[in-house]
Design a protein around this ligand. Structure first.
Ligand SMILES: [Ca+2]
Ligand SMILES: [Ca+2]
Ligand SMILES: [Ca+2]
Ligand SMILES: [Ca+2]
Length: 320
């Protein structure tokens, strides 16, 4: 009886859903508002404006497209135009009305409306320094006594095969002079990123403790060996196996760009695997790599847990 009642309710709901749109189609002969009989507008021009025309790679520009008809009336048609960029790998419109920069330079955005009306705006992009919250440690392998050879150099080494995999959450940022440090020894960077190091959303940078990473390659990933300033001591990354706080520090030596504290109640250490954000990049909690959804193994330097490549900036902005 209960099932029958539920079925009746479901049918009733469906019927309402089916009939409701008919009153909104504008073809209802009883519609006496008059709005449906107005001849379609004849559009004569289109304009395009941006809230900013000079922006950094951390910013977006908000675009507004306005059409004018033959009577001089204007209408915001931002949601109805089609968009294109003169340099889609530098800047593009992934969400209507939002110009998303990827790299420094100048690009012309074109809006097209009503088939043939077009308008353009030029946007100039400069490279942004990383700020707090821009970056994450997506994956860390702090105890490299794992099966296999994470850095791929043929030598299994508990120091050299340690690594951190760093991702940008939302923007292209400059990593020049950014350091990887352990919280108790900020004066002794485990790695300092070279001038010109840039990380895009949808990409990762992997820094290993040592060894040779030249055999590693993956789309949208870069591989480095730590250049610890006490290289003579061969500390590499020297990530404590049991508990540690690792930081990404801005060149001002004050601003913490990203951090991971492991060996805590929230982030216990794991054996024979890395810790990885779940979900990757955008998550806030770490999980055992082997138990991450669709994991292909115990660790994944330079790829996602599934073993597939990171999407790159265009793929990232198409889905985020
Ligand atoms: Ca270690
Ligand atoms: Ca190795
Ligand atoms: Ca510490
Ligand atoms: Ca990975």
């Amino acid at each position: 009886m209960t099932l029958l009642l539920l079925s009746l309710l479901a049918c009733s709901g469906d019927k309402q859903g089916d009939t409701a749109p008919a009153t909104n189609t504008g073809t209802d002969p009883t519609d006496d508002t008059g709005t449906e009989t107005t001849p379609p507008a004849v559009w004569v021009s289109l304009s395009l404006s941006a809230n900013v025309t000079a922006l950094t790679t951390r910013d977006v520009a908000t675009l507004t497209a306005t059409a004018t008809d033959d009577a001089g009336a204007t209408l915001d048609v931002t949601g109805e135009v089609s968009w294109s960029s003169s340099a889609p790998l530098l800047l593009d419109v992934f969400t209507s009305g939002v110009a998303q920069p990827i790299d420094p330079g100048t690009a012309t955005v074109t809006a097209t409306f009503d088939g043939s009306l077009t308008a353009t705006v030029d946007l100039t992009v400069t490279l942004a320094a990383a700020q707090a919250g821009d970056l994450v440690f997506n994956e860390v392998l702090v105890d490299a006594t794992v099966d296999g050879d994470p850095n791929g150099d043929g030598t299994v080494d508990a120091t050299q095969d340690e690594y951190v995999e760093i991702a940008s959450v939302r923007a292209t940022v400059d990593l020049s002079g950014v350091t990887i440090i352990e919280d108790d020894f900020p004066f002794l960077p485990r790695h300092t990123f070279a001038p010109g190091t840039v990380l895009h959303a949808g990409e990762v940078i992997v820094v290993f403790g040592g060894g040779d990473v030249s055999t590693l390659s993956a789309d949208n990933a870069s591989f480095y060996v730590a250049n610890a300033e006490d290289a003579g001591l061969e500390y590499g990354l020297s990530l404590e196996n049991s508990a540690e706080t690792v930081l990404l520090m801005a060149p001002d030596a004050t601003t913490i760009l990203a951090s991971i504290a492991y060996g805590t109640d929230e982030t216990p250490v794991v054996e024979d695997a890395s810790l990885v954000l779940d979900p990757e990049v955008v998550g806030t909690e770490y999980t055992h790599h082997l138990y991450a959804p669709d994991s292909a193994g115990a660790y994944s330097p330079g790829t996602m847990v599934t073993g597939t490549a990171f999407p790159g900036p265009v793929g990232w902005y198409q889905t985020h």
